[in-house]
Design a protein around this ligand. Structure first.
Ligand code: MN
Length: 198
């Protein structure tokens, strides 16, 4: 018998209603409870016999194609997405080396936020906008279609906004830019700094 390799949803580091009104408990119930679970079920169903059994999510995303890439990508993306938030009501800002790199590479925190929102709002169809770093710690913003993740470009993913309609439609309907500009209120910058690792 082969080992039973399977993935499960990441635990949320906050209560399901803690992100409201930026992300409602109802959106968490569908986005985390239904959409992410479906990607996990599909990934687990596709793993046996694929040659990727026992590999990490990042390894699968870097090498797999087709449905396996799509489902592993969405599991990796949502894992990073759902663990980057903290309870609403106490907005933070980057500190330390990350804050310095944002000033160096984008001209300032406000300029960075503006560019990030613009790239998220301007991404046609479904996908993700990312803050990522290269091996020298230089920061870049990338737009990724569908299940894309900057690890496929050799970059380290740090922060992401999900621009699939399922991420915001219950709370914001068609108003994607309004949703993106509200997300800053719940970003946990300590998590992003740890991912940056500088
Ligand atoms: Mn999503």
């Amino acid at each position: 018998m082969s080992a039973n390799y399977s993935f499960s949803p990441v635990s949320l580091p906050y209560a399901k209603d803690a992100l409201a009104p930026v992300i409602s408990a109802e959106t968490i119930a569908f986005h985390y409870g239904k959409h992410l679970q479906a990607y996990i079920n599909n990934l687990n169903a596709a793993l046996p016999g694929s040659g990727f059994e026992g590999k990490s999510l990042e390894e699968i995303v870097k090498e797999a194609k087709g449905g396996l890439f799509n489902n592993a990508g969405q599991v990796l993306n949502h894992t990073l997405y759902f663990t980057q938030f903290k309870a609403a009501g106490n907005p933070g800002a980057p500190a330390g080396a990350l804050a310095e790199a944002i000033v160096r590479d984008f001209g300032g925190f406000d300029a960075f936020k503006q560019e990030f929102e613009k790239k998220g709002a301007g991404l046609f169809g479904s996908g993700w906008v990312w803050l990522a770093s290269d091996e020298d710690g230089k920061l870049v913003i990338t737009q990724e279609q569908n299940a894309g993740n900057p690890v496929t470009r050799g970059l380290k993913p740090l922060l992401t906004f999900d621009v699939w309609e399922h991420a915001y439609y219950l709370d914001y309907q068609n108003r994607r830019p309004a949703h993106l500009s509200a997300l800053w209120e719940i970003i946990d910058w300590e998590v992003i700094s740890k991912r940056y690792g500088k």
